[in-house]
Design a protein around this ligand. Structure first.
Ligand code: UD1
Length: 339
Protein backbone atom coordinates (compact mmCIF):
# COMPACT_ATOMS: atom_id res chain seq x y z
CA UNK A 1 0.00 0.00 0.00
CA UNK A 2 1.30 3.42 -0.97
CA UNK A 3 1.95 5.73 1.96
CA UNK A 4 -0.40 8.70 2.17
CA UNK A 5 0.99 12.21 2.24
CA UNK A 6 -1.16 15.23 3.02
CA UNK A 7 -0.24 18.34 1.00
CA UNK A 8 -1.84 21.53 2.32
CA UNK A 9 -1.98 24.21 -0.35
CA UNK A 10 -1.44 21.48 -2.93
CA UNK A 11 -3.28 23.40 -5.65
CA UNK A 12 -0.81 26.31 -5.36
CA UNK A 13 2.46 26.98 -7.16
CA UNK A 14 4.99 24.94 -5.19
CA UNK A 15 2.37 22.56 -3.74
CA UNK A 16 1.21 21.42 -7.17
CA UNK A 17 4.76 20.72 -8.39
CA UNK A 18 5.49 18.82 -5.18
CA UNK A 19 2.28 16.78 -5.53
CA UNK A 20 3.42 15.72 -9.01
CA UNK A 21 6.83 14.59 -7.73
CA UNK A 22 5.26 12.73 -4.77
CA UNK A 23 2.82 10.86 -7.02
CA UNK A 24 5.60 10.00 -9.46
CA UNK A 25 7.56 8.57 -6.52
CA UNK A 26 4.62 6.29 -5.66
CA UNK A 27 3.03 8.15 -2.75
CA UNK A 28 -0.71 8.62 -2.47
CA UNK A 29 -1.32 12.36 -2.33
CA UNK A 30 -4.19 13.98 -0.45
CA UNK A 31 -4.53 17.69 -1.16
CA UNK A 32 -6.38 20.18 0.95
CA UNK A 33 -6.65 23.74 -0.31
CA UNK A 34 -9.17 26.51 0.30
CA UNK A 35 -8.66 27.75 -3.30
CA UNK A 36 -8.24 31.33 -2.04
CA UNK A 37 -5.31 31.77 -4.45
CA UNK A 38 -5.48 28.68 -6.67
CA UNK A 39 -7.79 27.02 -9.15
CA UNK A 40 -9.46 23.63 -8.79
CA UNK A 41 -8.44 22.74 -12.36
CA UNK A 42 -4.83 22.42 -11.13
CA UNK A 43 -5.92 19.08 -9.61
CA UNK A 44 -6.88 17.87 -13.10
CA UNK A 45 -3.56 19.10 -14.47
CA UNK A 46 -1.70 17.06 -11.83
CA UNK A 47 -3.76 14.06 -12.94
CA UNK A 48 -2.91 14.78 -16.58
CA UNK A 49 0.84 14.83 -15.84
CA UNK A 50 0.98 11.84 -13.49
CA UNK A 51 -1.92 9.70 -14.74
CA UNK A 52 -3.49 9.73 -11.27
CA UNK A 53 -5.88 12.21 -9.70
CA UNK A 54 -4.90 13.20 -6.17
CA UNK A 55 -7.62 13.06 -3.52
CA UNK A 56 -8.80 16.69 -3.23
CA UNK A 57 -10.75 18.35 -0.41
CA UNK A 58 -11.59 22.04 -0.43
CA UNK A 59 -10.93 22.99 3.14
CA UNK A 60 -9.69 26.01 5.07
CA UNK A 61 -7.09 25.21 7.74
CA UNK A 62 -8.57 27.97 9.88
CA UNK A 63 -11.63 25.74 10.29
CA UNK A 64 -10.36 23.26 12.86
CA UNK A 65 -13.59 21.25 13.01
CA UNK A 66 -13.40 20.50 9.29
CA UNK A 67 -9.73 19.65 9.67
CA UNK A 68 -10.33 17.20 12.53
CA UNK A 69 -13.13 15.59 10.50
CA UNK A 70 -10.71 15.30 7.56
CA UNK A 71 -8.13 13.45 9.69
CA UNK A 72 -10.93 11.24 11.10
CA UNK A 73 -11.82 10.23 7.54
CA UNK A 74 -8.12 9.58 6.75
CA UNK A 75 -6.62 8.01 9.88
CA UNK A 76 -3.57 6.60 8.09
CA UNK A 77 -1.76 9.73 6.83
CA UNK A 78 1.99 9.12 7.16
CA UNK A 79 3.10 12.74 6.94
CA UNK A 80 2.15 16.25 5.89
CA UNK A 81 3.78 18.91 3.74
CA UNK A 82 2.41 22.30 4.71
CA UNK A 83 2.32 24.99 2.02
CA UNK A 84 -1.08 26.58 2.65
CA UNK A 85 -0.50 30.25 3.53
CA UNK A 86 -0.99 33.77 2.26
CA UNK A 87 2.25 34.81 0.53
CA UNK A 88 2.16 38.38 -0.74
CA UNK A 89 4.81 40.50 0.97
CA UNK A 90 3.11 43.69 -0.20
CA UNK A 91 -0.41 42.72 0.86
CA UNK A 92 0.88 41.55 4.25
CA UNK A 93 2.12 45.07 5.01
CA UNK A 94 -1.34 46.47 4.29
CA UNK A 95 -3.31 43.74 6.07
CA UNK A 96 -1.03 42.32 8.76
CA UNK A 97 -3.82 40.72 10.80
CA UNK A 98 -5.08 38.82 7.77
CA UNK A 99 -1.58 37.31 7.48
CA UNK A 100 -1.00 36.64 11.18
CA UNK A 101 -4.45 35.09 11.54
CA UNK A 102 -4.39 32.88 8.47
CA UNK A 103 -0.78 31.73 8.53
CA UNK A 104 -0.45 31.20 12.28
CA UNK A 105 -3.94 29.80 12.99
CA UNK A 106 -3.69 27.51 9.96
CA UNK A 107 -0.37 26.11 11.17
CA UNK A 108 -1.49 25.73 14.80
CA UNK A 109 -4.71 23.99 13.73
CA UNK A 110 -2.74 21.63 11.51
CA UNK A 111 -0.34 20.78 14.36
CA UNK A 112 -3.26 20.13 16.72
CA UNK A 113 -5.06 17.93 14.21
CA UNK A 114 -1.84 16.00 13.50
CA UNK A 115 -1.19 15.45 17.21
CA UNK A 116 -4.76 14.23 17.72
CA UNK A 117 -4.44 11.89 14.72
CA UNK A 118 -1.00 10.56 15.76
CA UNK A 119 0.54 11.88 12.58
CA UNK A 120 4.07 12.91 13.48
CA UNK A 121 5.92 13.92 10.31
CA UNK A 122 5.80 17.47 8.98
CA UNK A 123 7.66 19.35 6.25
CA UNK A 124 7.13 23.10 6.44
CA UNK A 125 7.40 25.65 3.66
CA UNK A 126 9.64 28.44 4.98
CA UNK A 127 11.63 31.19 3.31
CA UNK A 128 15.06 32.83 3.21
CA UNK A 129 13.22 35.97 4.26
CA UNK A 130 13.86 34.77 7.86
CA UNK A 131 17.53 35.84 7.41
CA UNK A 132 16.74 39.47 6.42
CA UNK A 133 19.89 41.00 4.87
CA UNK A 134 22.48 38.53 6.18
CA UNK A 135 25.83 39.82 7.44
CA UNK A 136 27.69 37.05 5.61
CA UNK A 137 27.17 35.52 2.16
CA UNK A 138 26.48 32.83 1.22
CA UNK A 139 24.00 32.44 4.07
CA UNK A 140 23.99 29.14 5.96
CA UNK A 141 21.39 27.76 8.38
CA UNK A 142 23.66 28.93 11.23
CA UNK A 143 23.10 32.60 10.39
CA UNK A 144 21.06 34.51 12.97
CA UNK A 145 17.41 35.11 12.17
CA UNK A 146 16.58 38.77 11.80
CA UNK A 147 13.42 40.76 12.15
CA UNK A 148 11.60 40.23 8.89
CA UNK A 149 10.81 43.18 6.64
CA UNK A 150 7.16 42.20 6.34
CA UNK A 151 4.37 40.58 8.35
CA UNK A 152 4.48 37.76 5.77
CA UNK A 153 8.14 37.13 6.58
CA UNK A 154 7.37 37.32 10.29
CA UNK A 155 4.72 34.61 9.93
CA UNK A 156 7.31 32.28 8.38
CA UNK A 157 9.74 32.81 11.27
CA UNK A 158 6.98 32.52 13.88
CA UNK A 159 5.60 29.32 12.32
CA UNK A 160 9.10 27.81 12.35
CA UNK A 161 9.32 28.61 16.07
CA UNK A 162 5.86 27.19 16.83
CA UNK A 163 6.75 24.00 14.97
CA UNK A 164 10.11 23.71 16.77
CA UNK A 165 8.45 24.14 20.18
CA UNK A 166 5.85 21.51 19.32
CA UNK A 167 8.61 19.13 18.14
CA UNK A 168 10.49 19.64 21.42
CA UNK A 169 7.40 19.04 23.54
CA UNK A 170 5.80 16.21 21.57
CA UNK A 171 6.56 13.41 19.16
CA UNK A 172 6.42 15.70 16.14
CA UNK A 173 9.36 15.35 13.70
CA UNK A 174 9.69 18.41 11.50
CA UNK A 175 11.79 19.82 8.70
CA UNK A 176 11.53 23.48 7.68
CA UNK A 177 12.73 24.19 4.16
CA UNK A 178 13.92 27.76 3.61
CA UNK A 179 13.44 28.55 -0.05
CA UNK A 180 15.38 31.21 -1.84
CA UNK A 181 13.55 32.57 -4.95
CA UNK A 182 11.41 29.90 -6.63
CA UNK A 183 10.79 30.46 -10.35
CA UNK A 184 10.00 28.42 -13.47
CA UNK A 185 7.35 25.83 -14.17
CA UNK A 186 6.84 22.12 -14.86
CA UNK A 187 8.41 21.04 -18.16
CA UNK A 188 4.95 20.12 -19.51
CA UNK A 189 3.80 23.74 -18.98
CA UNK A 190 0.55 22.31 -17.57
CA UNK A 191 1.21 23.73 -14.10
CA UNK A 192 3.07 26.89 -13.07
CA UNK A 193 2.76 30.11 -11.13
CA UNK A 194 -0.62 31.84 -11.48
CA UNK A 195 -0.37 35.26 -9.84
CA UNK A 196 -3.71 37.00 -9.34
CA UNK A 197 -3.73 40.55 -10.74
CA UNK A 198 -0.48 42.46 -11.17
CA UNK A 199 2.47 40.25 -10.16
CA UNK A 200 4.76 41.43 -7.37
CA UNK A 201 7.60 39.07 -8.16
CA UNK A 202 10.23 39.61 -10.81
CA UNK A 203 9.84 36.62 -13.13
CA UNK A 204 6.03 36.64 -13.54
CA UNK A 205 6.20 40.41 -14.20
CA UNK A 206 9.01 39.85 -16.70
CA UNK A 207 7.23 37.08 -18.63
CA UNK A 208 3.99 39.11 -18.71
CA UNK A 209 5.94 42.08 -20.08
CA UNK A 210 7.57 39.88 -22.72
CA UNK A 211 4.09 38.57 -23.63
CA UNK A 212 2.79 42.13 -24.07
CA UNK A 213 0.46 42.00 -21.06
CA UNK A 214 2.50 44.69 -19.24
CA UNK A 215 3.96 47.86 -20.70
CA UNK A 216 7.43 47.73 -19.16
CA UNK A 217 9.31 45.93 -16.39
CA UNK A 218 10.49 48.25 -13.63
CA UNK A 219 13.97 47.43 -12.36
CA UNK A 220 13.84 48.44 -8.71
CA UNK A 221 17.11 50.31 -8.12
CA UNK A 222 20.47 50.37 -9.88
CA UNK A 223 22.52 51.76 -7.02
CA UNK A 224 23.06 48.64 -4.96
CA UNK A 225 26.56 47.51 -4.19
CA UNK A 226 26.51 44.65 -6.74
CA UNK A 227 28.33 44.04 -10.07
CA UNK A 228 25.72 46.00 -12.07
CA UNK A 229 23.93 47.90 -9.30
CA UNK A 230 20.75 45.76 -9.33
CA UNK A 231 19.59 43.44 -6.55
CA UNK A 232 20.92 39.89 -6.36
CA UNK A 233 18.91 36.76 -5.47
CA UNK A 234 19.40 32.99 -5.59
CA UNK A 235 16.75 31.78 -8.08
CA UNK A 236 15.76 28.13 -7.86
CA UNK A 237 13.71 25.98 -10.26
CA UNK A 238 10.37 25.00 -8.72
CA UNK A 239 10.95 21.39 -9.88
CA UNK A 240 14.20 21.29 -7.88
CA UNK A 241 12.27 22.58 -4.86
CA UNK A 242 9.60 19.91 -5.34
CA UNK A 243 12.29 17.21 -5.36
CA UNK A 244 13.72 18.55 -2.10
CA UNK A 245 10.30 18.12 -0.47
CA UNK A 246 10.27 14.49 -1.55
CA UNK A 247 13.72 13.98 0.01
CA UNK A 248 12.63 15.73 3.20
CA UNK A 249 9.46 13.72 3.75
CA UNK A 250 11.34 10.48 2.98
CA UNK A 251 13.99 11.44 5.56
CA UNK A 252 11.26 11.75 8.19
CA UNK A 253 9.40 8.58 7.18
CA UNK A 254 12.65 6.59 7.29
CA UNK A 255 13.55 8.24 10.61
CA UNK A 256 16.85 9.47 9.20
CA UNK A 257 16.47 12.96 10.70
CA UNK A 258 19.10 13.96 13.24
CA UNK A 259 16.89 16.21 15.38
CA UNK A 260 13.17 16.57 15.94
CA UNK A 261 13.24 19.96 14.22
CA UNK A 262 15.65 20.53 11.34
CA UNK A 263 16.08 23.37 8.83
CA UNK A 264 17.58 23.32 5.35
CA UNK A 265 18.32 26.08 2.85
CA UNK A 266 17.09 25.38 -0.66
CA UNK A 267 18.99 27.41 -3.21
CA UNK A 268 21.51 26.86 -5.97
CA UNK A 269 24.28 28.78 -4.20
CA UNK A 270 24.61 31.24 -7.09
CA UNK A 271 23.24 34.77 -7.06
CA UNK A 272 22.00 36.62 -10.14
CA UNK A 273 21.12 40.29 -10.48
CA UNK A 274 17.89 41.64 -11.96
CA UNK A 275 19.82 42.65 -15.10
CA UNK A 276 21.35 39.14 -15.31
CA UNK A 277 17.80 37.76 -15.30
CA UNK A 278 16.59 40.10 -18.05
CA UNK A 279 19.64 39.41 -20.25
CA UNK A 280 19.48 35.64 -19.74
CA UNK A 281 15.76 35.61 -20.52
CA UNK A 282 16.39 37.56 -23.75
CA UNK A 283 19.23 35.18 -24.66
CA UNK A 284 17.31 31.93 -24.15
CA UNK A 285 13.97 33.06 -25.62
CA UNK A 286 15.06 35.61 -28.24
CA UNK A 287 12.31 37.91 -26.91
CA UNK A 288 13.12 41.48 -25.87
CA UNK A 289 11.96 42.70 -22.47
CA UNK A 290 11.15 46.39 -22.32
CA UNK A 291 12.45 47.68 -19.00
CA UNK A 292 13.23 50.90 -17.15
CA UNK A 293 15.23 51.70 -14.02
CA UNK A 294 13.16 53.10 -11.15
CA UNK A 295 13.73 53.79 -7.45
CA UNK A 296 14.44 50.98 -5.03
CA UNK A 297 11.37 49.12 -3.74
CA UNK A 298 10.79 49.67 -0.02
CA UNK A 299 11.72 46.64 2.06
CA UNK A 300 14.01 45.05 -0.54
CA UNK A 301 17.37 43.74 0.56
CA UNK A 302 20.48 44.24 -1.56
CA UNK A 303 21.70 40.71 -2.09
CA UNK A 304 21.27 37.19 -0.82
CA UNK A 305 22.30 33.74 -1.93
CA UNK A 306 22.34 30.39 -0.19
CA UNK A 307 24.93 28.08 1.15
CA UNK A 308 23.04 24.89 0.18
CA UNK A 309 25.80 22.63 1.57
CA UNK A 310 23.70 21.17 4.40
CA UNK A 311 20.87 20.16 2.03
CA UNK A 312 23.45 18.80 -0.45
CA UNK A 313 25.14 16.63 2.17
CA UNK A 314 22.38 15.63 4.57
CA UNK A 315 19.29 15.55 2.36
CA UNK A 316 21.25 14.26 -0.62
CA UNK A 317 19.63 17.01 -2.68
CA UNK A 318 21.25 19.35 -5.16
CA UNK A 319 19.64 21.78 -7.59
CA UNK A 320 19.80 20.27 -11.09
CA UNK A 321 18.53 23.15 -13.20
CA UNK A 322 20.39 26.29 -14.18
CA UNK A 323 19.06 29.75 -14.90
CA UNK A 324 18.58 29.09 -18.63
CA UNK A 325 16.23 26.15 -17.87
CA UNK A 326 14.35 28.11 -15.23
CA UNK A 327 13.65 31.05 -17.54
CA UNK A 328 12.89 28.88 -20.57
CA UNK A 329 10.28 26.97 -18.55
CA UNK A 330 8.79 30.20 -17.15
CA UNK A 331 8.38 31.49 -20.72
CA UNK A 332 6.86 28.22 -21.97
CA UNK A 333 4.33 28.44 -19.12
CA UNK A 334 3.51 32.10 -19.85
CA UNK A 335 2.92 31.25 -23.50
CA UNK A 336 0.63 28.35 -22.57
CA UNK A 337 -1.61 30.80 -20.70
CA UNK A 338 -2.52 32.54 -23.96
CA UNK A 339 -4.20 29.43 -25.34
C1 UD1 B 1 10.01 37.95 -2.04
C2 UD1 B 1 10.04 37.64 -0.57
C3 UD1 B 1 10.31 36.19 -0.35
C4 UD1 B 1 9.36 35.33 -1.14
C5 UD1 B 1 9.50 35.71 -2.61
C6 UD1 B 1 8.62 34.88 -3.51
C7 UD1 B 1 11.00 39.18 1.11
C8 UD1 B 1 12.19 39.99 1.50
N1 UD1 B 1 11.14 38.44 0.02
O1 UD1 B 1 11.35 37.82 -2.50
O2 UD1 B 1 10.16 35.88 1.01
O3 UD1 B 1 9.69 33.98 -0.97
O4 UD1 B 1 9.16 37.09 -2.75
O5 UD1 B 1 7.27 35.14 -3.27
O6 UD1 B 1 10.00 39.21 1.76
N2 UD1 B 1 12.27 43.22 -8.89
C9 UD1 B 1 12.29 44.20 -9.87
N3 UD1 B 1 11.13 44.48 -10.53
C10 UD1 B 1 9.94 43.84 -10.25
C11 UD1 B 1 9.94 42.85 -9.25
C12 UD1 B 1 11.12 42.57 -8.57
O7 UD1 B 1 13.33 44.81 -10.15
O8 UD1 B 1 8.91 44.16 -10.88
C13 UD1 B 1 13.54 42.89 -8.19
C14 UD1 B 1 13.52 43.04 -6.69
O9 UD1 B 1 13.88 44.34 -6.32
C15 UD1 B 1 14.52 41.96 -6.27
C16 UD1 B 1 14.35 40.87 -7.31
O10 UD1 B 1 13.76 41.51 -8.44
O11 UD1 B 1 15.84 42.46 -6.37
C17 UD1 B 1 13.46 39.73 -6.86
O12 UD1 B 1 12.22 40.26 -6.38
P1 UD1 B 1 10.95 39.32 -6.08
O13 UD1 B 1 10.75 38.36 -7.21
O14 UD1 B 1 9.82 40.20 -5.72
O15 UD1 B 1 11.39 38.44 -4.85
P2 UD1 B 1 12.02 38.90 -3.43
O16 UD1 B 1 11.58 40.26 -3.08
O17 UD1 B 1 13.46 38.59 -3.44
Amino acid sequence: MAEKILVTGGAGYIGSHTSVVLQEAGYEVLIIDNLSNARAEVIDRIAEITGKKPDFTQLDLCNSEDLHAFFDRHPDIAGAIHFAAHKSVNESSRFPLKYYHNNLAGTINLLQAMERANCHNLVFSSSCTVYGQPDQLPVSEEAPLKKAFSPYGNTKRMCEEIIRDQAEANSLQAIALRYFNPIGAHESARIGELPLGVPNNLVPYLTQTAAGKRESLKVFGQDYSTHDGTGIRDYIHVTDLAEAHLKAIKRLLKKENKASAEVFNLGTGTGYSVMDIIRTFEKVTGVRVKHEITDRRAGDIEKVWADPGKANQELGWKARFGLDDMLRSAWKWEQSLKE
